[in-house]
Structure formats: structure tokens, C-alpha cells
Ligand binder design. Structure first.
Ligand SMILES: CC(C)(COP(=O)(O)OP(=O)(O)OC[C@H]1O[C@@H](n2cnc3c(N)ncnc32)[C@H](O)[C@@H]1OP(=O)(O)O)[C@@H](O)C(=O)NCCC(=O)NCCS
Length: 162
């Protein structure tokens, strides 16, 4: 909701990395002399929670489209359906490519887009679990952090630092 002030409209700050980077430049410049210890990271700590959003930027569901046809999808969620993993957030979830379009880089593109969105929200680490795609994620730089069972099936939790 906007609050008009003359010609200027005051709106919620968008979860937009370009906007926040610009504001942080103002802040760092402004405080450089008096508070040189206020550095970029302090401002990220300050704006990060906003960017991650109390008003809920997650879940995000992305689709890969070939023209109008959706050929793959991936989601970013705050919490996954495993027990006792509240210390891990967010999660890349529900990654899938249409079987007839696999092996052509669609999955990689979806994952790259999802990771880009996580970076824009100032997450520094993301997580996922898989019961069968270990090699795919390893090749893309993910590292295994934990093995366990989910509904009696062995799964592995992977993390990636952004
Ligand atoms: C896993 C999945 C999403 C990969 O999507 P995709 O579009 O086929 O993958 P990409 O073509 O982007 O793969 C990128 C690279 O990984 C390779 N690759 C593809 N599938 C792979 C697999 N299962 N294991 C190892 N490498 C694989 C590709 O050959 C490609 O290699 P290159 O960069 O050397 O050419 C897709 O196979 C799928 O939907 N599987 C079923 C659902 C699923 O398992 N989802 C993951 C749940 S955790």
C-alpha cells in the first residue's frame, strides 16, 4: 500500500537486491566518518531480515517455459517436511523436469534461477534433500551434510553456500 506525499509515493521496500545495494551505499557513505565500523556486512545484517521478509517472500515457485509450455519447475520454501531441521532454511524443493526434456540443461537453469532468488533474499546457504539424485547435486557443487530416513527411505540432506 502506498502513501502519496506530493508526487512521491512511499511504498514498501521491494525485496529487490539492486534497491537494497543502493541504499546500503548511501548508508555506508553517510556513516563512514563517524561510525567506520558500520560496514557493508552490518547493513546486510540489518536489511537481510527485511529482505527475507516478515510478509513472506517464500515460498517461491519457478517454472521453466518453452513458449507457453511449462517443462520444469522448482520451489524455494522456508521449511521442509523433515523433522528437527529448523536450523536449515531455506530449502530448494520439488525440482522436476518434464521427462521428455531432461538432459538439456533445463534443471540446471531452474536451479540457477532458484539460487539467484535465494541470493537476492540474502540467504547465504540453501538446503535440499534427495533420495536418488546425489550425483546430480554433487556435480553442481552441493555437499552432503546429513543422512537420515524419511518415511523409512534413506535420504541425504545437501547444502550449498551461496
Ligand atoms: C534431476 C533432474 C531435475 C535434472 O534435470 P535435467 O534438466 O535433466 O538436468 P540438466 O540437463 O540441467 O543437467 C545438467 C547436467 O547434469 C547431467 N545430469 C542430468 N541428470 C543427471 C543425473 N541424474 N545424474 C547425474 N548427472 C545428471 C546432465 O548431463 C548435465 O551435464 P553437463 O552439464 O555435463 O551437460 C531431472 O532428471 C528430473 O526431473 N528428475 C526427476 C525428478 C528428480 O529427481 N528431482 C530431484 C529431486 S531432489
Amino acid at each position: 500500500m502506498g502513501v502519496p506525499t506530493g508526487d512521491v509515493e512511499v511504498r514498501y521496500l521491494p525485496a529487490d537486491r539492486m534497491v537494497v545495494e543502493r541504499i546500503i551505499r548511501w548508508q555506508v557513505d553517510h556513516y563512514r566518518e563517524s561510525f567506520p565500523s558500520f560496514d557493508y556486512d552490518d547493513w546486510i545484517d540489518f536489511y537481510g531480515p527485511h529482505m527475507r521478509g516478515q510478509d513472506g517472500p517464500l515460498p517461491v515457485v519457478l517454472g521453466a517455459f518453452d513458449g507457453t509450455e511449462c517443462i520444469g519447475t522448482v520451489a524455494i520454501v522456508e521449511r521442509d517436511d523433515l523433522d528437527d531441521v529448523d536450523h536449515y532454511t531455506p530449502w530448494i524443493a520439488a525440482m522436476i523436469v518434464d521427462p521428455s526434456h531432461r538432459g538439456h540443461g533445463v534443471g540446471r537453469s531452474l536451479l540457477a534461477a532458484a539460487l539467484g532468488r535465494c541470493r537476492d533474499l540474502y540467504f547465504s546457504r540453501v538446503h535440499l534433500w534427495t533420495h536418488d539424485q546425489f550425483e546430480w547435486y554433487r556435480r553442481l557443487g552441493w555437499r552432503e551434510v546429513e543422512s537420515r530416513k524419511f518415511r523409512d527411505i534413506p535420504i541425504t540432506i545437501f547444502s550449498l553456500d551461496l
